[in-house]
Design a protein around this ligand. Sequence first.
Ligand SMILES: [Fe+2]
Ligand SMILES: [Fe+2]
Length: 287
Amino acid sequence: MASTAPDPAVELLRRVADMKLLPEAAIRVRDIANDPDASTTDLADAAGLDPMLSARVLRMANSSVFNRGTPVTSLRRAVSVLGFARTRNLALGMAMVAIGDRKLKYRSRLWAHTTSVAAATAQLARFVKDVDPQTAFLGGLLHDLGVQVLLALAPDDELGLLARWPDGDPRLLKGERDRFGFDHARVGGLVADQYGLPSVVADAIRLHHQIRVHPGRLVMPGARLAAAVALAERLVQLTERGMPAPNVAGTVSMDPLAKPLGVSKASLQVAAEVFEEEAKALQSMLD
Ligand SMILES: [Fe+2]
Ligand SMILES: [Fe+2]
């Protein structure tokens, strides 16, 4: 009789559910935001349950990515300025970036990477049709959520793989599949679905490496966001290697994903010039 092997992804999701990766407050924010009868006060009170989470939502509501107007000083005001859906997404996003072991050395590197990619993706999204900058920001911030989850589940194994290959190297993804049965992109997408993030963000997380192999899928909104994340990641990597902004823009504009997204060399140069400052502000916010 043939035995059916359990799907490793199903097993993983069970383990992730057992780990209770997200604070209670983030789950309540999500549930209240989905309740048609809930008020702004209900949502602010739910976020207020967790002081760290509310501080982050408040600081994010005041960051230049989201707010260029009057300073927001209370959670209730933050909810009414940002709106229900955005507060929910921010609270979940902020809670998710905190997943994992704070002591892990790799974590600060990952934060530096994801905040840079978030800032660069949000900048690029200003020039990309059908990609909303705030959703783009969340997609960039959480694109390597699967790495965080794998680091939380099996730190030694995932650290060992990351020490050999950088994010995006096909050998890293293959190494993860060989070791865990899935790569970080798939895990991240599953966990994003499980916690009720917008499907566009979950799809972008799932596709952020695959989109380079199958750029033909660019018609789906999640795929467009995945392509923007992939392009932003390239822009960040070249900048980190010390390449000046005009050269970064020139190189990334030749990327096969740039044309279908409609991103020009001029917009790439703007993104390359400003993302670092925003990323630094975000890093100080998340520490
Ligand atoms: Fe990445
Ligand atoms: Fe990745």
